[in-house]
Design a binder for this molecule. Structure first.
Ligand SMILES: NC(=O)C1=CN([C@@H]2O[C@H](COP(=O)(O)OP(=O)(O)OC[C@H]3O[C@@H](n4cnc5c(N)ncnc54)[C@H](OP(=O)(O)O)[C@@H]3O)[C@@H](O)[C@H]2O)[C@H](O)CC1
Ligand SMILES: [K+]
Length: 535
């Protein structure tokens, strides 16, 4: 599991070390130079003679970049450092100059230390040189960034981005891609997408959160000897493949189908029967002990034809999945959804307030409260307050509608610009655990925020959400008693579902198109592959 913290925590951790004179910048620069040298050997064959452009901002992030530039120049790389702010780290400039780094827009001996704005022609030249370099090092700003990139830095980044399609420029970001919201992952202006991010001391939350996460697909943490203290709730987590084994409900030799967990599905309609087929199929394929299906005749016939092991009709279950492919104003479906939500125990919060525990663990298996996954059409049928083992699985548009219906009017694009913030708002307003689907899926529940970026872009396809809902149903049914006892587990199981869903999409057809049916068919093998990994 990757854990990322807010920038305050990083600063608090590094403060005493800096006060004691620990050379953190030198350590950071040394490690950045080593990793850039690795990339240069892979891309240019050798460090000597390879072309590097370092984009330098006003603060210590720029200082890291300048010192790394000096180290690379001493190993024979042809390094240009473009100073794109009104000032630059003095020690870094001196080191770079002494090592033979070419400084663009640099203060000359007879110029004041404040730098003039870089002229337009020089900005274009820096961008051209960057696009022709073997590696561009982005050291414009790190955790000190406030708001969208400004001035020459913004204009050069825009210019590089304009030429980047079709160029194979490799960008190494120092600490973060400059200009992302380091704590909330927003992208308020131009940012250079990084091929590799070298996080100084520990990753900040913005690297894992959408939309910034897509600009930081590979993050390596540089060990600077900084111990980040326990972040408490101020943490964003990402599950990795090695976490699957510890969380997955693997059956015991003595379990029968009921002990393994029964999932009941209310999905699919006369118009959209396929959602029922995919959702029930995913619950079967991910290893439920039994799957029940409740829906109209046409959909039920298709579900049973595709998955004969599904049991038709209402009955006891350890988890419910409601909503995929329901028709609006279908009274039968509405009744079933409300009944399922009733089984989750909307009043559980009062019980929690009175007793300090979230319901009895036994309840989930003896007909008491059970987890419920609420997707698509069923999102409109929520009670005022939900228990945390009710998991809502909206996409951005559905979350915008949900928030608007609860007196927080917001557009889909506003949700997409700040998904974590809006998911947290929905969690606060409903009490439920929120799984907000997207290229990076955000889960907000008891125990904090998780962000999963496991899915190939090909997975944005019809029916993928129905498969995810069914898969999550199986996980919640398999660990229902644990989930009701410990709601923080609910959020982890939701993130686990997103992880496995994304991996199955990749495994089904690496690098190419994938249908929801193909993901479903792939699930058993992907689960087996992940369970075989060492924890
Ligand atoms: N974690 C560690 O152990 C270490 C990290 N280090 C590196 O230091 C940076 C943080 O350095 P800091 O100087 O605090 O801040 P930055 O370099 O990130 O940026 C601040 C300067 O950038 C200017 N700024 C702020 N916002 C913008 C913007 N939107 N556009 C352009 N420029 C911006 C800001 O200017 P002001 O006018 O606002 O003052 C600052 O001058 C950390 O990320 C690591 O890379 C150290 O090496 C120590 C070890
Ligand atoms: K940076």
């Amino acid at each position: 599991m990757i854990e990322a913290v807010t920038s305050d925590r990083i600063r608090a951790a590094e403060g005493p070390l800096l006060a004691a004179g620990t050379p953190l910048m030198e350590r950071a620069a040394h490690q950045v130079a080593l990793r850039v040298a690795d990339v240069l050997r892979a891309r240019a064959g050798a460090v000597a003679g390879a072309r590097v452009v370092v984009l330098v901002g006003a603060g210590n992030n720029g200082g890291d970049g300048l010192h790394a530039a000096a180290l690379l120049a001493r190993r024979g790389a042809r390094v240009t450092a473009a100073l794109l702010a009104e000032r630059a780290h003095a020690g870094g400039v001196a080191a770079a100059r002494a090592a033979g780094v070419r400084l663009v827009a640099s203060p000359g001996k007879d110029r004041p230390s404040a730098l003039p704005d870089v002229p337009r022609a020089a900005q274009v030249a820096v961008a051209r040189e960057s696009l022709a370099a073997h590696v561009v090092v982005d050291a414009l700003c790190g955790i000190g960034a406030r708001g969208a990139l400004r001035g020459s830095a913004a204009r050069v980044v825009r210019e590089i981005n304009r030429g980047r399609d079709g160029s194979d420029t490799f960008v190494v970001a120092v600490d973060v891609p400059s200009g992302i919201g380091v704590d909330d992952g927003v992208v308020p202006g131009p940012v250079l997408a990084a091929d590799l991010v070298l996080a100084c001391g520990g990753p900040v939350a913005g690297l894992l959160l959408p939309p910034a996460a897509r600009l930081a697909p590979v993050v390596e943490v540089l060990d600077l000897g900084v111990d980040v203290p326990d972040p408490g709730e101020q943490v964003v987590r990402r599950l990795e493949d090695a976490d699957v084994r510890a969380l997955w409900p693997v059956p015991h030799a003595t379990d029968d189908k009921y002990a393994r967990g029964v999932v009941a599905i209310v999905a699919g309609s006369r118009t959209y029967p396929g959602a029922g087929v995919l959702c029930a199929g995913a619950a079967v394929a991910s290893g439920a002990g039994m799957v029940r299906y409740v829906g109209p005749r046409r959909a039920e016939d298709l579900v049973l034809a595709a998955h004969p092991e599904v049991v038709p009709g209402d009955g006891r279950a350890q988890a419910w999945v409601v909503g995929p492919g329901l028709e609006p104003d279908d009274e039968d479906a509405e009744r079933l959804v409300r009944a399922a939500l009733g089984r989750a125990g909307a009043g559980s919060e009062a019980h929690f307030a009175a007793t300090g525990v979230w319901g009895s663990g036994a309840g989930a298996t003896d007909g008491g409260v059970v987890p419920v996954v609420v997707d698509a059409g069923a999102l409109a049928l929520l009670p005022t307050r939900c228990a945390p083992w009710v998991v809502l699985t909206p996409h951005a548009g559905e979350l915008a509608r949900l928030l608007t219906s609860r007196g927080r009017p917001v557009s889909r694009s506003a949700v997409e610009a700040a998904p974590a913030e809006h998911a947290a708002e929905a969690a606060r307003l409903t009490g439920a655990t929120i799984l907000l689907k997207g290229a990076t899926t955000v889960v907000v529940g008891r125990g904090g925020v998780l962000a999963q970026a496991d899915a190939p872009a090909w997975l944005a396809t019809a029916g993928a959400g129905d498969v995810l809902a069914g898969l999550l149903g199986t996980l919640l049914a398999g660990r229902a008693a644990d989930a009701v006892r410990d709601p923080a587990l609910v959020a982890r199981l939701a993130a686990l579902a997103a992880l496995v869903h994304g991996r199955a999409a990749h495994d089904a057809n690496p690098g190419g198109p994938v249908s929801a049916s193909a993901v479903l068919a792939q699930l058993p093998r992907t689960v087996a592959r992940l369970l075989a990994l060492p924890a």
